[in-house]
Design a protein around this ligand. Structure first.
Ligand SMILES: C[S@@+](CC[C@H](N)C(=O)[O-])C[C@H]1O[C@@H](n2cnc3c(N)ncnc32)[C@H](O)[C@@H]1O
Length: 284
């Protein structure tokens, strides 16, 4: 990502949720409050051209039709993003039900998961990490919308700084606790070695049996149009993995326990991994 520029893809994902909420059948499928909070966050961020006018346009029937058309060319750019939000939400709820007492969303962008779930789970700490260029704007927007007491935002470039260092100054994060981690729409902006170290760092920053839910690009050579567009936005893709290659992509210390397949035409697949004892891990 280019330093100093707020993530356009993060703003786009949040705006897409506002449009998807208008598509018949989706209002009841998306996690409660997601679309409304996305709009509040975007407006509070105050980034041109994400104005109230654009928010109104995003809710129009033609915006839904246009997004449908986009998805017919590139699966995963409209309903696929909604499926991703639902998957991550479900996985965090499952991690909390399994005993996680802290949740970390890495590369959070304008995601609303922590904002929505923090008031519902006052005994759980919710922490977000994002690149400083986006993290600073998100922090301002969250403060305006109303930051729950059990939600913390950290600004860090994970391409340049290990996760453990980013979490070291976070008073509420406890590496001895079982955790639920989310990285949606992030891994492909990291080089393969940074993906490896992110998972290793995540294992070192959490107790055993923690869960890591993530999305992954299924290949770097397909999706030429989307690839070119993102390169233009200064957010080029750097890594990918097929479902079969996932164990090697995320590295030792984590076992993939569930996948929601991304086929050849799909932009992304979704997966969950669970951390297992260090003694059972293969050397890197
Ligand atoms: C496609 S957006 C996804 C945002 C959010 N996870 C969602 O799905 O709504 C990618 C996010 O990853 C963040 N990101 C990209 N590279 C990063 C890095 N090196 N360190 C930290 N965050 C990064 C961007 O700032 C952006 O918020």
């Amino acid at each position: 990502m280019e330093y100093g520029q707020v993530s356009q893809t993060a703003l786009k994902v949040a705006t897409t949720m506002i449009t998807l909420n208008q598509k018949p059948g989706w209002r009841n499928r998306l996690p409660e409050g997601l679309a409304e909070l996305s709009e509040q966050l975007i407006l509070a961020a105050g980034i041109y051209p994400y104005t109230s006018r654009l928010m109104r346009a995003s809710k129009r029937a033609w915006a839904v039709r246009l997004s449908d058309l986009g998805e017919s060319f590139q699966p995963g750019t409209f309903e696929g993003l909604g499926e991703r939000k639902i998957f991550m939400n479900e996985q965090v709820l499952a991690a909390i039900a399994a005993g996680a007492t802290q949740v970390l969303v890495v590369g959070a962008g304008f995601d609303t998961l922590c904002l929505r779930l923090a008031p519902l789970y006052p005994g759980v700490q919710f922490v977000e990490v994002d690149h400083p260029a986006t993290g600073a704007v998100k922090a301002r927007a969250v403060a305006q919308v109303g930051q729950p007491g059990n939600m913390t935002l950290i600004a860090a470039d994970l391409g340049a700084q290990p996760l453990s260092q980013a979490l070291a100054d976070c008073a509420v994060w406890n590496p001895e606790r079982r955790s639920g981690i989310v990285a949606e729409g992030l891994l492909y902006y990291l080089a393969p070695e940074s993906v490896h170290s992110l998972f290793q760092e995540a294992a070192a920053c959490t107790a055993l049996d923690s869960r890591f839910a993530f999305s992954h690009l299924t290949g770097l050579s397909q999706h030429g149009f989307a690839r070119a567009a993102l390169q233009l936005f200064g957010e080029p893709w750097l890594s990918a993995s097929t479902v079969k290659e996932l164990p090697g992509y995320i590295g030792p210390g984590w076992q993939v326990i569930e996948t929601r397949a991304g086929g050849n035409r799909d932009l992304e697949g979704f997966a969950v991994a669970e951390s297992y004892p260090r003694s059972c891990r293969l050397p890197p």
